[in-house]
Design a protein around this ligand. Structure first.
Ligand code: NAD
Ligand code: DAU
Length: 342
């Protein structure tokens, strides 16, 4: 695999993945295809701009001509699809774009992969397709039971990928990752939102009782898991990629405040997200069987992450002043304050 198309590579995980591959392999070339939606940001790829093994193409994965153009011009051998609408709260407000990109866009990429005869197509999916898990951990053979428009769209994409394997023998794999954290994450997501709000002494809006559980994975551990599956995964198979760090949201929020030396009175319990999944949990034995292990310890990688946002205000301040503020009002203004820890 020499020429890898990374769709959605101007977003959080895709940009970390592009950088990870360029640092790890001397021979590969990375082509990022990204529509640059509100979440896509060329600042995420700024340091790669002069790299001769890197190219950026602005384009929509739903646009077959744009996808074909990138495939042909760059002689693509493999596709890793990160491109998606990704925020659960936005999927509750405007689900249409999720269905378009996460399902139809996946189909357009699969068609291109088939026409161009790629060596591998890897679909980056999520633990959310399993739905909430009261006890135990999800394994790859479990039923998918998505519960939000985001999760249902991602599940639709996964099913289409599987159909192209069964029907056409396309060499596909699917990864299902848990909640990522790290640098360059759009500050609508829980961890960067809470860090940047706390820096500015703004309230941290905790949904409901804050006792929901997420399994946090440092973004580079996720990238390494995806690369392992790309190179060593068996075609037609699904691999879970979790960090093994299940935490209550309220405890993660407390850690952020403690690290920044901010008071717990910034915590504000607000009306819960509708249909909020209480807990996710992944069994990752299958991927561990390929030799992968998450390397980053949660406490120290979280501290590094908080410090990154402290030292990179140039990156997030301009994001939080634009489209973001309109979304913030739409998502938060109607929520009642249930209690504050003041
Ligand atoms: P992100 O929102 O930061 O980035 C998404 C990127 O996709 C953006 O650059 C955006 O411009 C691009 N994009 C959106 N629609 C597009 C389209 N139609 N055509 C081309 N580009 C388009 O997302 P992220 O958090 O980096 O997530 C990347 C992938 O990983 C997604 O598929 C997501 O479902 C999956 N995932 C995310 C997490 C997580 O915790 N963030 C966990 C597991 C899986
Ligand atoms: O599990 C993987 C998924 O993780 C990815 O597939 C998604 O793309 C990604 O957005 C993420 O989904 P979540 O809904 O788990 O992430 P989010 O950052 O939105 O929220 C994490 C938890 O924090 C969740 O239980 C909701 C809660 N939360 C979130 C926000 C934004 C709050 O309590 N307050 C908030 O303001």
């Amino acid at each position: 695999m020499k020429n890898i198309l990374v769709t959605g590579g101007a977003g959080f995980i895709g940009s970390n993945f592009a950088r990870y591959l360029l640092n790890k392999y001397d021979s590969c070339r990375i082509v990022v295809l990204d529509k640059l939606t509100y979440a896509g940001n060329l600042d995420n790829l700024k340091d790669l701009a002069g790299n001769a093994r890197f190219a950026f193409v602005q384009g929509d994965i739903c646009d077959a001509a744009a996808v074909d153009g990138a495939m042909r011009e760059h002689a693509i051998d493999a596709i890793v699809n990160f491109a998606a609408e990704t925020h659960v709260d936005r999927s509750l407000i405007e689900p249409g774009a999720f269905i378009t990109t996460d399902v139809f866009g996946t189909y357009v990429l699969l068609e291109a992969a088939k026409r161009f005869g790629v060596e591998r197509y890897l679909q980056v999916s999520t633990d959310e397709v399993y739905g909430e898990v009261a006890e135990g951990s999800s394994t790859e053979g479990d039923h998918i039971m998505p519960r939000s428009p985001y999760a249902a769209s991602k599940a639709g994409g996964d099913l289409m990928v599987r159909a192209y394997f069964v029907s056409f023998g396309l060499p596909v794999t699917i990864t299902r990752g848990s909640n990522n954290y790290g640098p360059f994450q759009y500050p609508e997501k829980f961890i960067p939102l809470f860090i940047t709000n706390a820096i500015d002494d703004l309230p941290l809006p905790v949904y409901g009782d804050g006792k929901q559980v997420r399994d946090w994975i440092y973004v580079l551990d996720h990238c390494e898991g995806i690369d392992t599956v790309l190179r060593r995964g068996e075609v037609g198979e699904v691999y879970n990629v979790g960090g093994g760090n299940e935490r209550y949201n309220i405890d993660v929020a407390g850690k952020i405040l403690a690290y920044l030396g901010k008071p717990s009175s910034l915590l504000q319990h607000v009306t819960d997200r509708p249909g909020h999944d209480r807990r996710y949990s992944l069994n990752c034995d299958k991927l561990k069987g390929l030799g992968w292990e998450p390397r980053h310890d949660f406490d120290s990688a979280m501290e590094e992450t908080i410090s990154w946002y402290q030292h990179n205000e140039w990156w997030w301040r301009k994001i939080k002043s634009g489209e973001f503020m309109d979304y913030y009002r739409r998502n938060y203004a109607h929520r009642s304050v249930l209690s504050s820890d003041a």
